[in-house]
Design a protein around this ligand. Sequence first.
Ligand SMILES: [Zn+2]
Length: 430
Amino acid sequence: MTHNLSARLFDEVDKAFELQVDFLSELTSHASVRGQEQSAQNLMADQLDKRGYEIDRWQIDLADIQHLPGFSPVLGPYEEAINVVGAHRSKTRKGRSLILNGHIDVVPTGPLDMWDSPPFEPRIADGWLYGRGAGDMKAGLASNLFALDALNACGYAPAADVFYQSVVEEECTGNGALACLARGYTADAALIPEPFSEHLVSAQLGVIWFQVRLKGLPAHVAYAGSGSNAIEAAFPLIEALHKMEHRWNAAQNRPSDYVHMEHALNLNVGRFEGGDWTSSVPAWSVFDVRMAIFPGQSIDDAKAEIEQVILAAAQENAFLRNSLPEVIYHGFHAEGYALSQDSSTHAATAIATLENAHQLATGEPLVREAITATTDARFFGLYADTPALVYGPRAEAIHGFNERVELESMRKITKSTALFIAEWCGVEKV
Ligand SMILES: [Zn+2]
C-alpha cells in the first residue's frame, strides 16, 4: 500500500500547497504573543470546524492543572489563555491513535527597527516566508492541518482517533499542553512539528525560569557607600550563577545524548530592571533568568542549588547580607525529556514509521538530534506514557529578527506527516 498511497498523498499535498502557504501567511499575520492568542485561535477553530472536526475550545483553569506533574507557576491572569482541539473520531478505531500538537503563541518581536519588514506582515522572498512565529511554529500547525487534508483528498480518514491541538503557553510554561492532558486527550503517540530542520529530536533539555529581587534603602549618590547599590549588587550574583552553569555542564554530568556537547546548558539573564533616578542610589533591582537542566536532572535539586548559589554570593556583599535576595519562580518548571530513552514498542514503531515516511518524502535518511531547548513533548513523554516525536521544517532566526521558514521544507514535512498519519493510524474510507 505504501508506495501507491504515498504517491497519491504527496500529489495532494502539492495540489493544495498554494492554499497552505496562504493559510500560513494569514496565521502569521495574527500577533499571537502571550495574552493575545485569541484571534489566531479563532482562525484555527474556524478552519478545523470547516473541515468537520469536533471542536473543543476552552479557557485554561489553573484549578484543573496546578496539582499535576509538569505544572509551571504563572504570574498574572489566565483569561486569555484559550486552547483549541479539533478531534477526528474514527468509525473503525482499528489503528493507533495520534495527537498532532502545535503551539499558537509566539515570542515578542523585540525592537521593530531590527526587522527588515514588519514582523506581523508576512512576506515571501527566495522561497522563505518571513514573520514572527512563521517557523516557531505556525508552519508546523499548517503542516499538521494540510497533512490531514491530503489524506482526506485521497478519500481516506485515519482509522483511529486523531486530536489536532493548537495550544497556548508553550513559550513560557507549557501549561497549554498540560491542560490538554488534564482534559483527557491522550493517544498512542504525539507528533510536534517544531522547526528543527527536518530532524527527529532524540532528546530535549529542561528549563527553569526564576526571578531574583533585590531591595535596600535608597540614598542620594553623594552619600552612597560601597555595595549599597541594588543594581551593582546584582552583578556578583549573576557571576556566581554563571559559575554554577559551568559546573553543571561538566563532562561527568552529561547524559548520553549530550556527551559530546561542551555547553548544552545555557544560563540567560533575559530581563533586568532597577532604580528610579539617575542621581539616586537604586533601592531595588529585579532580573529574570532562564537556566537549562539535563534530562534526568532533578528539578527540585536544581532549584535548591540555584537558591543556595544566590544566597552564598549575597553573603559576600555588605548590603545584601542584611537584605537577602528573594527568588521567585514565575514560568518554566520543565524537566528534560529523551525520546531515545523510551524503550516501549510504541516508541520504536513510531520512530520506524516516521523514518520510512521521511525517507519517501525527502529521499534522505532521518537524522536524529539532541536539542538545547525544550518543547511540549515532555508532557506526553514524561507524564502520559506517550512517545512524542518532535519533527518539523527548517526555520531560521526563531526568537530573533527576520524569523523565517523555508517553504519547500514545510512541503516535505507535510508530505511525510501525511504518510506518517496513514501508516501509524491506518486508514478507513471517508
Ligand atoms: Zn516552538
